[in-house]
Design a protein around this ligand. Structure first.
Ligand code: ADP
Ligand code: ASP
Ligand code: MG
Length: 408
């Protein structure tokens, strides 16, 4: 008998029929004697719908109220799921984040989990119930509802698995594992059987939304093996575990894309000490995470600074930047939110030259202009026009022969 935490994403619980099917699948494990904790997302499209509602009422919605609103999506699925289990003649009980004290920071809409109280969950498991928990939400020290950021239900599941010392944490979704790139935009994408936490962290941070990056970070820290698999077929998925020798050692292991960023440029800024700090300090004080930064020099002691921020923080960052520009005497601000970042990732890149130039060559061949570049030991990212994303991903996947194992 094992203690298993399973998380089912939005598509998996997208309507009542699917919720009933998931309940049946979970009951299969219960009947084998396993203790089951089930974390659910909102029905697919629901969180987007709620965000649109908020935007139609307030231009930049108040983040505390946004969390009160967004947390309702998961409330619907967990209660329906518990009803489905009861209909099948078994017992289940659903909980919102604050009911089982998933304590988080107070940074509304992107809160971080600080602690989880497992007493209540364990008590109900001991009484033979399936415990159903709302993903993506928690409560801060003031008793206010918080949410964890998009895709945050994965993180709820891993945090619960770590706190409960579960034997297994499984992430059920609409694809049957982690692929070399998004299988929904590249038909030759190949499923990876085992991947290390570090490589998965890199893929997730660069846009592979199949796992929320914070869930991978937590899994690594607490050594929780993750199994990413399909809700709709029984096949084995992908294991995210500590690095071992049996893993694939590809030069490039994946291609990712991220359409959730926006670009801001502040031009003709006086080029003197302290300028970068005056630009980025107020932005970080507002809780906005800056991703790529490029500075270039102009004649006459002037410089330009271009950077990217999450698209959700774009308007807020722009307002801050306008204020800063007036203070420091910058002459111009430009911005765009129709950009995308495509990246190639692979730990094997560490000891090889020429990978970045191959990437630039592939994009050039497709007539795609590169606006920004950033590299690290194990990744190369390029910012391009959003409309070329799919083309770029497919061309890179093919150029690095990712559809075939062990060919690089
Ligand atoms: P859920 O609602 O179950 O959490 P998500 O939509 O968050 O599901 O994540 C699953 C999606 O992630 C897939 O449908 C796929 O389009 C996308 N995806 C992006 N990159 C990858 C990848 N490398 N491997 C698998 N899926 C990926
Ligand atoms: N419902 C939330 C979202 O759509 C959380 C999740 O699905 O993980 O982002
Ligand atoms: Mg997700």
């Amino acid at each position: 008998m094992a203690l298993i935490v399973q998380k089912y994403g939005g598509t998996s619980v997208g309507n009542p029929e699917k919720i009933k099917a998931v309940a049946e699948r979970v009951l299969g494990y219960s009947r084998q004697g396993h203790e089951m904790v089930v974390v659910l997302s909102a029905m697919s499209g629901e969180t987007d719908r709620l965000i649109t509602l908020a935007n139609s009422v307030q231009d930049q919605p108040d983040t505390r109220e946004m969390d009160v609103l967004l947390s309702t999506g998961e409330q619907v699925t967990i209660s329906l799921f518990a009803m489905a289990v009861k209909t099948a003649g078994y017992d289940a009980i659903s909980f919102l984040g604050d009911q089982i004290k998933i304590r988080t920071s107070s940074m509304h809409t992107k809160a971080r989990i600080q602690s989880v109280d497992t007493d209540k969950v364990k008590g109900h498991l001991a009484q033979g119930r399936i415990v159903v928990v709302a993903g993506f939400q928690g409560v801060d020290e003031n008793g206010d509802i918080t949410t964890l950021g998009r895709g945050g239900s994965d993180t709820t599941a891993v945090a619960l698995a770590a706190a409960l010392k579960a034997d297994q944490c499984e992430i059920f979704t609409d694809v049957d594992g982690v692929y070399t790139t998004d299988p929904n935009i590249c038909t030759s994408a190949r499923k990876i059987e085992r991947i290390s936490y570090d490589e998965m962290l890199e893929l997730a941070s660069l846009g592979a939304k199949v796992l929320d990056i914070r869930s991978v970070g937590l899994a690594k820290r607490y050594k929780v093996p993750l199994h990413v698999r399909s809700t709709f077929v029984e096949t084995e998925g992908t294991w995210v575990v500590e690095e071992d020798k049996a893993m694939e050692s590809m030069l490039v292991s994946g291609v990712t894309y991220n359409k959730n960023e926006a670009r801001l440029t502040i031009s003709r800024v006086p080029d003197k000490p302290g300028i970068a700090s005056r630009i980025f300090m107020p932005i970080s004080d507002a809780g906005i995470v800056v991703d790529m930064i490029i500075q270039n020099t102009r004649a006459g002691d002037l410089t330009d600074m271009t950077f990217t921020v999450p698209r959700t923080d774009y308007k807020k960052a722009l307002e801050i930047l306008k204020k800063v520009a007036a203070d420091i005497g910058a002459e111009d601000i430009s911005c765009a939110d129709d950009i995308a970042k495509v990246s190639i990732v692979g730990v094997g890149m560490r000891n090889h030259s020429g990978i970045a130039s191959t990437m630039f060559h592939v994009l050039a061949n497709e007539g795609i202009n590169i606006m920004m570049i950033s590299t690290s030991e194990i990744k190369v990212s390029c910012v391009i026009e959003e409309k070329y994303t799919e083309l770029a991903v497919r061309a890179l996947h093919e150029a690095f022969a990712l559809d075939k194992k062990d060919t690089q």
